[in-house]
Design a protein around this ligand. Structure first.
Ligand code: GAR
Length: 219
């Protein structure tokens, strides 16, 4: 049975577009059944509509507290009966209750080589700290912000003339390869959260995650 996916977004939705394009080739494996945004002007909503995907908007400003918003959000997502929920540029901190409800079927993509640079402004912080490399990470979401078990990372070398926007552009290109690949693993039943470890094909993934370049070079 095809894996039912709900994608949460806050903005332009280029990662959503990469997922739509990739999964269009694999309709029997997985399909995006709904896209939920916390902003009515999130451009990703138009991408979803153009692909014939149902959309919902839940404005966090309509709620007096985080618990109320997350409860309503959970309700909207559950209505799609998803097997997998993807955070694709969803710029909200989630409550522990929400995260526990979707535990094991909630993945995030983050624009840094976690555990470095959790939170925001990741590209500038990589530059400020003089990092030699930077990248993006897909991980299971747990109650610790950007702290759940790592699944897959892609990396780039930082050049002397890079700035935050050139890094963002390079990292996003990596993201478009990382998120669809991990989504395919999950949809195929190859990826699980086992206690506090991510497992691929029954084997625990190392704490630092798999490396895209190792997979692509066949290591
Ligand atoms: C992506 O780079 C994603 O990694 C980042 O937001 C961007 C969304 O772009 N997510 C976070 O920073 C989460 N903390 P998109 O809307 O074009 O996919």
């Amino acid at each position: 049975m095809s894996c039912r996916i709900v994608v949460l977004i806050s903005g332009s939705g280029t990662n959503l577009q990469a997922l739509i394009d990739d999964l269009a080739e694999q309709p029997a494996l997985a399909s995006i059944v709904g896209v939920v945004a916390n902003k009515v002007d999130a451009y990703g909503l138009q991408r979803a509509a153009a692909a014939g995907i149902a959309t919902r908007v839940l404005n966090h400003r309509d709620f007096s507290d985080r618990e109320g918003f997350d409860h309503a959000l959970q309700h909207e997502i559950d209505a799609f009966e998803p097997d997998l929920v993807l955070l694709a540029g969803f710029m909200r901190i989630l409550t522990a209750q929400f995260v526990r409800h979707f535990r094991g079927r909630l993945l995030n993509i983050h624009p840094s080589l976690l555990p470095k640079h959790k939170g925001l402004q990741t590209h500038q912080r990589a530059l400020d700290e003089g990092d030699a490399e930077h990248g993006a990470t897909v991980h299971f979401v747990t109650e610790e912000l950007d702290g759940g078990p790592l699944i897959l990372q892609g990396r780039i070398k930082i050049a002397s003339d890079d700035d935050a926007s050139s890094l963002a552009a390079q990292v996003q290109q990596l993201e478009y390869r990382l998120f669809p690949l991990v989504t395919r693993w999950y949809a195929a039943g190859r990826l699980h959260l086992d206690e506090d470890r991510a497992c691929l094909d029954g084997s625990p993934i190392t704490a630092s995650g798999l490396r895209l370049e190792d997979l692509e070079s066949g290591i």
